[in-house]
Design a protein around this ligand. Structure first.
Ligand code: CP
Length: 305
């Protein structure tokens, strides 16, 4: 039995196979419409979500399976003090696979250790969000046609943004990726990531100004400031609008620079940018369904001819 806790749980070759499957699902959805006819997905979400929970549910329904779960810790027995270990033992009797989001770093790993079914980390605190990374990588591969030789700018809350941490982990395995970290000093990328990049001799730089680096970028990954992880509201209010990507700045971007964002967006990309063909964040959401369909099939070891 296999879980997904980090994007590194899959080798580069396994990721390629997963993305090939996701692309096949995209173009031949009918072939997969009954692949999970006798399977149930549990979505155990202890923290709010729109995309991750609903795209998992959509993925399982599109595979012909069924879904059950909760979307709020307050409506589960966690509110009575039940541990994730006990919860997953019980859920193992109700479902065949589980996607779990939790505000505490490591909680899905604790659940996986006691689970009788595959557990997928759907986001744990400020730590990792591996299925968002699968979504991001599939989007890049599908729209850029390659997974190497590019400069990527990661902009916004690089301290608390778990999607950023997971994406960097995954991208360092590909060739000739140059990272530019764009953030206010208070929301810098954590030192442990900088240390890893230095140890692997991966090129990177840290800047405050987005305008300064815009012409260099092949990909710009915007992120929101993570209000829920701040210790005080004052700091959040001071930093929340530090970056707002506007149409005028897009004039300085490369003609084929893709703008990605895991969403939800708050204010960091002006809606006037949405019509720019380089803005692919809504398309990214679509890829999220295909890749989660591929992931469910892979973890349940279901092959479709
Ligand atoms: N990208 C993402 O994780 O969105 P949700 O929080 O809506 O699931």
């Amino acid at each position: 039995m296999r879980h997904l806790m980090s994007p590194l749980d899959f080798s580069v070759e396994e990721l390629d196979a997963l993305f090939d499957l996701a692309n096949d699902i995209e173009f031949h959805p009918k072939k997969y419409a009954n692949a999970c006819a006798d399977k149930i997905l549990a979505t155990c979400f202890y923290e709010p979500s729109t995309r991750t929970r609903l795209s998992f549910e959509s993925a399982m329904l599109r595979l012909g399976g069924k879904v059950l779960g909760f979307s709020d810790a307050g409506s589960s027995s966690a509110s009575k003090g039940e541990s994730v270990s006990d919860t997953i033992r019980v859920i193992s009797s109700y479902a065949d696979i589980c996607a779990m989001r939790h505000p505490k770093e490591g909680a899905p790993m604790v659940a996986a250790a006691k689970s009788l079914i595959p557990v997928i980390n759907a986001g744990d605190g400020g730590h990792q969000h591996p299925t968002q990374t699968l979504t991001d990588l599939l989007t890049i591969r599908s729209l850029k046609g390659r997974m190497n030789n590019f400069t990527i700018g990661l902009c916004g809350d690089l301290k608390f943004g778990r999607t950023v941490h997971s994406l960097i982990d995954a991208l360092v395995r590909y060739e000739n990726i140059n990272f530019i970290f764009i953030s206010p000093p208070e929301l810098r990328i954590p030192d442990y990531i900088i240390d890893e990049l230095k140890a692997k001799d991966i090129p990177f730089k840290e800047v405050i100004s987005l305008d300064e680096v815009m012409p260099e970028l092949d990909l710009l990954y915007m992120t929101r400031v993570q209000r829920e992880r701040f210790f005080n509201e004052e700091d959040y209010v001071r930093l929340k609008d530090f970056y707002i990507l506007k149409k005028a700045q897009m004039d300085h971007a490369k003609p084929d620079c893709l703008i990605l964002h895991p969403l939800p967006r708050v204010n960091e990309i002006s809606v006037e940018v949405d019509d720019d063909p380089r803005a692919v964040y809504f398309k990214q959401g679509q890829y999220g369904v295909y890749v989660r369909m591929a992931l469910i099939l892979t973890l349940l070891n279901i092959k479709v001819d």
